[in-house]
Design a protein around this ligand. Structure first.
Ligand code: HPA
Length: 266
């Protein structure tokens, strides 16, 4: 973590207070950043490359809605073959640069039947089914405790703020539990029935490692999913990545409006 941290410290004039991780299809939020300093991931030593389609692979520093932000446009996923350490490296470095609150966004499959394609869902909690955890291994006591509490993994105060802003903007915002699997295959209908029974409302392949690493560091997380498709077997349709990206494009106006409205209160 030292090399990317030192490199970014040498590049930025003002440290970020807040960080936003953009999920599939949300890349254009990067254009909302004022006075942007854009740093492609491949210029940052030790930073994992974003290989997923729909993920740009750049860091943007600047201001949005009057706040000093860092935007990660593109993230590393386990399914790309990155180690779990690399998956959380970005958020750890941004935290070490100064970011104290994180907005994690993602594209997700909708399990809860009251959701529909395009719905925005505030993550209230998660279920880690990725079979790994970024904190496995010797604990780095300078980051946080060996056994971090996850009771309020998605900060209640930030959730209240997001719900209040969504109401004000008349943007429907659902709430739900996000289950993370490793991917990259989408789930089978049987897996989706299983996930529903164990209490998942959404399913995806990201966010959970980052939320764990940030809670470990004592930082606050706001998680928002875009339901880009109903999960396998909910409808008769097949799932494809093009649909996931298309829905992201349809929804991102609302999504960006909501994030911008939340930022001043963070
Ligand atoms: N499953 C897992 N991840 C996803 C999905 C899905 O249906 N849609 C978008 N990301």
């Amino acid at each position: 973590m030292n090399a990317p941290l030192a490199y970014l410290q040498s590049r930025i004039a003002t440290p970020p207070e807040l960080a936003i991780v953009l999920g599939s299809g949300l890349g254009p939020f990067a254009d909302e950043v004022e006075n942007p300093l854009v740093i492609p991931y491949d210029e940052i030593p030790g930073w994992p490359r974003a290989t997923a389609v729909g993920h740009a692979g750049k860091l943007i520093f600047g201001q949005v809605a009057g706040r000093q932000v860092a935007v990660m446009s593109g993230r590393a996923h386990l399914y790309e073959g990155h180690s779990i350490d690399k998956v959380v490296l970005g958020v750890r470095v941004l935290a070490n640069l100064g970011a104290r609150k994180f907005i994690l966004t993602n594209a997700a499959g909708g399990i809860k039947l009251t959701y529909s394609r395009g719905a925005l869902v505030l993550i209230t909690d998660h279920i880690n089914l990725q079979g790994t955890n970024p904190l496995i291994g010797p604990n780095d006591d300078s980051l946080g405790p060996r056994f971090p509490d996850m009771t309020f993994a998605y900060a209640p105060a930030l959730r209240e703020l997001a719900l209040a802003q969504a109401t004000k903007l008349m943007i429907p915002l659902h709430e739900g539990v996000y289950a993370a699997l490793s991917g990259p295959s989408y789930e089978t209908p049987a897996e989706i029935r299983y996930l529903r029974i164990v209490g998942a409302d959404l399913v995806g392949m990201s966010t959970v490692p980052e939320a764990i690493a940030l809670n470990h560091m004592g930082l606050q997380v706001l998680g928002i999913s875009c339901v880009t498709n109903m999960a396998a077997g909910v409808t008769n349709e097949r799932i494809n990545h093009e649909e996931v990206l298309e829905t992201g494009i349809e929804v991102r106006g609302r999504f960006m409006q909501l994030i911008k409205a939340v930022l001043p209160g963070l």
